[in-house]
Design a protein around this ligand. Structure first.
Ligand code: SF4
Length: 153
């Protein structure tokens, strides 16, 4: 029987090798989150890492303003298209979704992002685009940012 629970996670929740050099917080994945998801029988869909696709592995850290270009937003929407397609299909059978972002990321923060003013309330570029696409497609999802605010059941 299908559990019908899917966690959609920022790429680097599963792969810290994708983050800006020196900012990694684990050798591989954030094991504690993954272990919790698996224990609660969540399936996992990994979002792409748009920063890696846009600027590569040796990029420097940037603010949200520095990433906020038409080109980068377009890339984010492109990589999200197949994810939305998956979720639309699963929605037909009333799956439950949760989304886990990265607190403070200019790309993958959901509730907090980094700007030239520092850490502020708001989403990063990928999550802004993703949340719009989810709303346009009437897909409901519970949202959390790592490392705070992870209380899923
Ligand atoms: S862009 Fe997102 S997935 Fe990639 S390293 Fe930054 S926070 Fe992680």
């Amino acid at each position: 029987m299908k559990g019908k629970k899917i966690a959609i996670v920022a790429h680097c929740i599963l792969n810290q090798n994708s983050v800006v050099n020196g900012l990694e917080r684990a050798e591989g994945a954030f094991n504690e989150i993954i272990e919790l998801l698996l224990k609660k029988n969540y399936a996992i869909i990994q979002l792409p890492c748009p920063e890696m696709l846009f600027l590569g592995i040796d990029r420097k850290g940037r603010t949200k303003e520095e990433y906020d270009t038409d080109e980068y937003r377009k890339l984010c929407r492109e990589v999200l298209k197949s994810i939305i397609k998956y979720l639309k299909e699963y929605s037909k059978e009333e799956f439950k979704f949760i989304l886990i972002g990265i607190e403070g990321s200019p790309t993958c923060g959901i509730f907090k992002t980094v700007t030239k003013e520092g850490l502020i309330d708001g989403s990063g570029i990928l999550m802004e685009e993703f949340l719009k696409m989810l709303e346009d497609n009437k897909i409901h999802i519970k949202k959390f940012d790592f490392p705070v605010n992870i209380f899923f059941t």
